[in-house]
Design a protein around this ligand. Sequence first.
Ligand code: MG
Length: 371
Amino acid sequence: MGAVPKPFLTLGGRTVLERALRAVVDPAEVHAAVVVAPPDHVAAARTLTAAFPKVSAVVPGGEERQESVAAGLAVVTQAEWVVVHDAARPLASADLVRRVLRAARETGAATAALPARDTVKVVTEGTVRQTLDRETIWLTQTPQAFRASLLREVHERARRAGVRATDDAALVEAFGGTVRVAEGEVLNLKVTTPEDLALAEAVVRQQEGPGERRTGIGYDVHRLVPGRRLVLGGVGIPFDRGLVGHSDADAVLHAVMDALLGAAGLPDIGQHFPPEDDRYRGADSRGLLRDVVARVRQAGFLPAQADVVILAEAPRLAPYLPAMRRVIAELLAVDEGAVGMKATTTDGLGAIGRGEGIAAQAIVTISRRPA
Ligand code: MG
């Protein structure tokens, strides 16, 4: 899955590692956690886990899983019980960690495992050699929990005897210990392939919703004068007058910009593009909106949706609304379906109704960008 180790991939705005760690440190009976990271990712793991008060150490791991667990175990000094969890299993629940710990108290060792739901066959060279009795087949997961002295002992014995195992429970078995089983979780999948990550993403989205969303409002009005080009929503519109302003006076895009900035909690466009700044004289507001979207992204958000209403007595704007909608959708990088675009007159009332100017209102929703 590329150069980034799986625990450092992002899942619904948080890394797989943070999610895996959250389940492990949540139970009150867990007092401290040691994170074992690839040697060249120790610094990154420290940064990511700094917000977890229970993390007591981040240490470099070894070539294989077994050495990595041993490296973590080496800095666990006072614990009576130890839970081992795979950082690539982001969806394990804290309750599962508690269940495995409880089961371990019976014999000193326990693993999470699920009964096989499919029939398991032994296959070599593309040919079935044997069908196993499904009743006795369980698929192991982590977390696994152990009396600390037992786990230390089997790791030491395995090191001396050159015994390799793909999980810690197997080391206990190899030296005659008894491993109890706590029922695992179907969603406790190990992120190994891009499909696993997509599946985990779907689970997180379903469990947590789309994340934080915010809404902002924008309003702008400019005076109509002869001898100016009329530009609304980034679209040039044939008319005998145009809007006057420092930039191209595109009231529609200005309203969208202020709605975006407001939603992100940033100062309004007057602060970003001061009218006294000559750089913005006659500026194309599409460029300014592009700049605003970049600032909103920097603030950690992505545009999600916009709805715009133009207030104008004339010209008739309906034929130009689809083009404006396309421009705005493209600049916000959202589907056209996420942009509402409409125009209304004010029934001859007020300054807009007398045709002295054109106004626009916009509401924009933004969503927290996955980190
Ligand atoms: Mg304006």
